[in-house]
Ligand binder design. Structure first.
Ligand code: PRP
Length: 265
C-alpha cells in the first residue's frame, strides 16, 4: 500500500569539505495500488516535478565555457548562450527543461544554497571559502590549480619558525583554516580582493595565500611557492532539497558528465 524507496546512502564526504558526495539508490516501489485519494496527489506531484526546470549557476569564464563544452558533447546545448553580444542573463533549453545563468564564482554556492539554482559549477577554492550548505557531487577534473602560501624566499624561515606574520589573501577562511587548524601557527590575516601578489611587494604582508596555476605571476614578481595548501579543481554542487526532489535527473546528468569525462581522458 505504500510507495517505498529503500535508499542506501554512501557518503564519501559532504558540504564543502572538499570530498565527494555520492548516493546510491536501490529504489523499490510497491506494486500494490496506493491509498485511494493519495493517487491523484502522488501523480500531480510527479507531474509537477517533471515540469520543473533544472537551473544551473555557472562560474563565469573558463569554468562555465568548459562545463558548457561537456554538456554539448552530451547533446545538451543552449544556442542562446552562444550569442556573444547578448545581454540576457538567463538561458533556457526548453526541450530538456534546463536553465543556465552565469554568475561570479563566489556567488555560485550562494545561489545553490538558497535554491535559486539547483546545481552549480565553481572552483573548489570558492566552495571551500564560502562554506555553504550544498552537496559537492562531482570533481569535473578541469580548472586544476593549487592553493599555496607564497612569498619571497626570505619568508620561508618565518614560516618554519611559526613566527606571527601577516598573510594577505582573497581567501581568508582557507588561510585561517590552514594556519590555525593545520599548522597551529598564529598569524594576522588581511583580506584583499585581487592582485594579492602585491602584499609582500609593498610591505603589506610577509606572505600570501593564493591560487597558483602556471606560476608566471609569481615568477614575474620575484615570489615563489613556499608551502602547498591544497590542490583545486572545478566541482559540481547541488542544493540538498533539489537532490531529493530531482534526484533522477540530477543523477543522469552526473552519470553523463562522468561518462563524457572518461571518454575525454
Ligand atoms: C589569479 C591568482 C593569481 C594568478 C595565478 O589571479 O590570484 O594572481 O591568477 O595564475 P598564474 O599562476 O597562472 O600566474 P586572477 O587572474 O584571477 O586575478 P586577481 O589577481 O585580480 O585575483
Amino acid at each position: 500500500m505504500r510507495n517505498v524507496w529503500s535508499v542506501s546512502e554512501h557518503c564519501t564526504g559532504t558540504n564543502g569539505t572538499g570530498f565527494l558526495w555520492e548516493r546510491h539508490m536501490t529504489g523499490e516501489e510497491n506494486d500494490a495500488a496506493p491509498v485511494p485519494g493519495l493517487t491523484d496527489i502522488w501523480e500531480e506531484q510527479k507531474g509537477m516535478i517533471n515540469e520543473r526546470y533544472l537551473t544551473f549557476a555557472l562560474a563565469k569564464g573558463r569554468l562555465a565555457n568548459k562545463t558548457l563544452e561537456l554538456f554539448e558533447h552530451m547533446g545538451i546545448t543552449c544556442e542562446e548562450m552562444k550569442d556573444k553580444k547578448t545581454r540576457k542573463l538567463i538561458f533556457v533549453n526548453q526541450e530538456r527543461k534546463l536553465r543556465f545563468f552565469l554568475a561570479k564564482g563566489p556567488d555560485v554556492p550562494t545561489y545553490v544554497e538558497y535554491g535559486a539554482a539547483d546545481i552549480g559549477v565553481a572552483g573548489s577554492d570558492t566552495i571551500l571559502e564560502e562554506n555553504r550548505n550544498v552537496y559537492e557531487v562531482l570533481d569535473l577534473g578541469f580548472g586544476k590549480c593549487r592553493m599555496c602560501v607564497c612569498g619571497p624566499e626570505s619568508a620561508r624561515e618565518l614560516l618554519q619558525h611559526h613566527e606571527r606574520i601577516r598573510v594577505a589573501s582573497k581567501y581568508p577562511n582557507i588561510a585561517k583554516d590552514y594556519f590555525y587548524n593545520k599548522k597551529h601557527q598564529t598569524v594576522d590575516i588581511i583580506k584583499l580582493n585581487g592582485s594579492v601578489e602585491l602584499g609582500p611587494l609593498v610591505g603589506l604582508s610577509e606572505v600570501i595565500v593564493d591560487i597558483v596555476e602556471t606560476g608566471s605571476t609569481l615568477k614575474e614578481n620575484g615570489l615563489q611557492v613556499l608551502e602547498e595548501v591544497r590542490p583545486l579543481s572545478a566541482r559540481m554542487i547541488v542544493n540538498p532539497v533539489s537532490m531529493q526532489m530531482d534526484r533522477e535527473r540530477i543523477r543522469e546528468i552526473v552519470v553523463g558528465l562522468r561518462r563524457e569525462m572518461a571518454a575525454n581522458n
